[in-house]
Design a protein around this ligand. Structure first.
Ligand code: NAP
Length: 346
């Protein structure tokens, strides 16, 4: 059926924040297609989630070359959803992609930060999604085997050719972020945005990165604010059917995290959220947005109902000092964290 977006999509409660020093705003809640939108997932369900997002003012969809599974299939599906539903609204959308992790076989397919990989991948992403340009293109990871000048030089080229209007980096340490910003500034390209993991359970960006981004005038979009579902009430009574802790890729790591000690922390956080009149998911999203240097919370959603629940975080964004202190009793840096060891490259 032809899709007509809700006429109230910009008056329905979504709020927007400026991205660093740029004039461009992003919605406080952005939607990522890392999981739930691949070739193995239900096409019409993914389509319904995207429609619901746009109908509620979510103007930013985040992708990467390798999202799926299988790798690459989320961008292929997104190309179909664009063609079927969103093409007339392209000017209303901020669409991002990234490269740096594994994508195709052989030495150039990743993980790598070479110019060869980034440029070829950006071209593939444009083709798969049927887009003339990306809004944001990211270096997905630091590659210790490629000079930073080469990786960031690829972003400069992509920007100068108009293949991406803005460029960003993901999971770079403060020191490498500073170096990347300098390489870009020398070419008169702003470092528009950084995409780090950020949640009540993973606060690494508070140890220098957020201050640096404020100083550089670079935006910050925090990914996995729900700690992949652990900062919701879904695991309080066991592992439900279809949840990520049941899926092949994530189940071992997540099940290990869902031990009695951590469940006690999640239950205690859930009680704080209830007292605030929110679900835990809503409180977790509001929490990452409490610092205005965080431009957007980059969430995932498997169903329309989950997205609906998460969207209502915007109804209560403020925290009292007492609430923040109580949250800190149960959620501190790195105590229940799937990303800590794997993601940030110093
Ligand atoms: P998340 O928001 O922390 O987790 C999303 C998952 O939480 C959903 O799949 C669902 O899990 C559960 N969920 C969502 N809303 C819920 C609700 N209201 N109630 C109960 N459960 C709920 O984010 P994420 O999916 O891990 O990541 C979000 C996006 O960040 C990705 O799509 C991607 O764009 C980006 N990302 C970037 C990087 C990077 O390296 N730059 C890495 C990771 C992610 P179930 O499926 O189990 O129901």
């Amino acid at each position: 059926m032809t899709y007509t977006p809700s006429p109230t999509r910009y008056t329905n409660g979504m709020q927007y924040r400026k991205t660093g020093n740029s004039g461009l705003v992003l919605p406080l809640i952005s939607l990522g297609l890392w999981q739930n939108f691949g070739g193995v997932d239900n096409f019409e369900n993914g389509r319904a989630v995207l429609r619901h997002a746009f109908d509620n003012g979510i103007t930013h969809f985040d992708l990467a070359n390798n999202y799926g599974p299988p790798a690459g299939s989320a961008e292929e599906n997104f190309g179909r959803w664009m063609a079927k539903d969103f093409a007339p609204y392209r000017n209303e959308l901020i669409i991002s992609s990234k490269a740096g992790w594994n994508m195709w076989p052989g030495p150039y397919g990743g993980p790598t930060g070479t110019k060869k990989h980034l440029i070829a991948s950006c071209n593939d992403s444009l083709r798969k999604m049927g887009l003339d340009y990306l809004d944001i293109f990211y270096s997905h990871r630091v590659d210790p085997d490629t000079p930073l000048e080469e990786t960031i030089g690829a972003l400069v080229q992509i920007h100068k050719q108009g293949k991406a209007l803005y460029v960003g980096i993901s999971s770079y340490s403060p020191e490498l972020t500073r170096q990347a910003a300098k390489i870009l500034a020398d070419e008169k390209v702003p470092l528009f945005i950084h995409q780090p993991n950020y949640s009540m359970f993973n606060r690494w960006i508070e140890n220098g990165l957020l201050d640096l981004l404020g100083e550089l005038g670079t935006g910050c979009i925090g990914f996995s604010p729900l700690a992949q579902g652990m900062l919701t009430s879904k695991y309080l009574n066991g592992i439900p059917e279809g949840a990520r802790a049941n899926n092949e890729k994530s189940s071992a790591a997540m099940s290990a995290m869902l031990n009695e000690e951590n469940l006690h922390k999640i239950r205690s956080l859930n009680a704080i959220a209830e007292r605030r009149g929110q679900t835990l998911a809503q409180m977790a999203i509001a929490w990452v947005l409490r610092d205005k240097r965080v431009t957007s919370a980059l969430i995932g959603a498997r169903t329309v109902d989950q997205l609906d629940d998460s969207l209502q975080a915007l109804n209560k964004l403020e925290f009292s000092a007492e609430e923040l202190a109580e949250i800190d009793l149960y959620a501190t840096e790195g105590n229940v964290d799937l990303w800590k060891s794997s993601s940030i490259i110093k």
